[in-house]
Write a protein that binds this ligand. Structure first.
Ligand SMILES: *Cc1c(COP(=O)(O)O)cnc(C)c1O
Length: 426
């Protein structure tokens, strides 16, 4: 039986047997008991699947990962301690020192730092390319040592929309997978795998949890990328892993399982960025209503964007679902039912005007967060990008009066009244 996204949000990932708990159990245990050392040895050899230590895997996490896997239409998935850990693992599972990444320049600041500073220190180089580039420009960014392409469905905070089909075409033309961070769209609004993405990542901290309660991340493999067809490029997947008695992941676990098994067996084992089962339980509560919440976030985002777009004190509004937005056509193609609840706009009068406006808001709280049930906002020039001069900010595409507003689940009329009132203070 093929079930809808809505029903998957509620029920996928866990089906209790007779007499078992209806809600997913929190397996709050670091370790698991075995009758014999041979039994446990099989787990260490990856000969049998099972649990032995929560630094690598935990049953609660796997139930929630299975739900996210079903929502994205993937073959295997895992949870991580944060979205940062998810993106790092997804990239580092493919790249080693001396390798190269092609990456959209319009991505989350934390991911940009991870790739451009920390991964560069590990000897992994990256070419950043505008998401608005042509196929020719994109093709020109590849090198013989390129191992993957990375982008965000809807970029945080720029709200650019990735042309997933175009980026997948270029990646596959060069024999490498496309990794898409689908945090802002969520699988309710977009399934990047349907458009050619091979690996999908999430900061589950955002809409998936949706209540500002638990930091977390997820990685989903679509199970479509043929590692063996590009064996020379991905030795980590196609040659023996001496730390597991010479297992070849792509042979033993096939298209559907190789990527996530390697990521769990090597990276989770060595880095231990596991999500706590308690957080996975909270995340699952969020997922149960994701399909009900996302349309409301989008409805509020649209109403607020529409209101701001005609306000005389607003210079510019970015919202991909708003008619006339630079990314409207791409948004319509990839996210016909809506994009997200985040709207960015520029208050006339720069940094001071934006700060005065935000101080006057009563419902929207000033926070370093997005995608929460409660509306929140941030002025990058006055917070995350505070060290930069107005000139540097402009170069980075962040006008000093820019505000990023994440519309929550309140009534849109209340949100608009709050904005209207605060704009009077400017
Ligand atoms: C927040 C965010 C991240 C990082 O996630 P954390 O859970 O904060 O580590 C990665 N990508 C996107 C698009 C994000 O919005």
């Amino acid at each position: 039986m093929s079930i809808t996204q809505d029903t998957k949000c509620v029920q996928a990932g866990y089906t209790p047997a007779n007499g078992e708990p209806r809600q997913i159990p929190i397996i709050q245990s670091t370790t698991f008991k075995y009758a014999t050392s041979e039994d446990m040895g099989k787990l260490f050899d990856l000969e049998a699947s099972g649990y032995f230590y929560t630094r690598l895997q935990n049953p609660t996490n796997d139930m929630v990962a299975a739900k996210i896997c079903a929502l994205e239409g993937g073959s295997a998935a895992m949870l991580t301690s944060s979205g940062q850990a998810a993106n790092f693992f997804a990239l580092f599972n493919l790249c080693s020192a001396g390798d190269h990444i092609v990456c959209s320049s319009s991505i989350y600041g934390g991911t940009f730092n991870l790739i451009s500073v920390t991964m560069a220190r590990m000897g992994i180089e990256t070419t950043f390319i505008s998401p608005d580039c042509t196929l020719e420009e994109l093709n020109a960014a590849f090198r013989p040592n390129t191992k993957c392409v990375f982008g965000e469905t809807i970029a945080n905070p720029a709200l650019t929309v990735l042309d997933i089909e175009l980026f997948a075409k270029a990646a596959h033309g060069h024999g490498v997978p496309l990794i898409v961070d689908n945090t802002f769209a969520t699988p309710v609004n977009c399934k990047p795998g349907l458009w050619g993405a091979d690996i999908v990542t999430h900061s589950t901290t955002k809409y998936m949890d949706g209540h500002g309660a638990a930091v977390g991340g997820a990685i989903v493999d679509m199970g479509k990328f043929d590692w063996m067809a590009h064996a020379d490029r991905f030795p980590g997947l196609t040659t023996p892993d001496e730390s597991y008695h010479g297992i070849v992941y792509a042979e033993k676990f096939g298209l559907g399982g190789a990527f996530i098994t390697k990521c769990t067996a090597q990276l989770m084992r060595d880095f231990g960025s596991i999500q706590s089962p308690q957080n996975a339980f909270i995340l699952n509560l969020g997922l149960e209503s994701l399909h009900v919440r996302m349309p409301r976030h989008c409805e509020n985002g649209y109403a607020v964007a529409k209101f701001l777009s005609t306000h005389p004190k607003i210079e510019k509004v970015s919202y991909p679902s708003l008619e006339g937005d630079k990314y409207y056509e791409l948004a319509k193609k990839y996210m016909p039912n809506g994009t997200c609840g985040v709207v960015s706009f520029e208050v006339r009068g720069g940094r001071q005007a934006a700060e005065r406006f935000m101080k006057a808001l009563k419902l929207a709280a000033i926070e370093t967060h997005v995608a929460d049930a409660r509306t929140c906002c941030l002025c990058p020039a006055a917070s995350t990008h505070r060290q930069m001069t107005d000139e540097q900010l402009l170069k980075a595409g962040i006008p000093s009066g820019m505000v990023r507003l994440s519309c929550g689940l309140e009534s849109s009329s209340d949100l608009i009244a709050d904005l209207e009132n605060a704009l009077e203070a400017v």
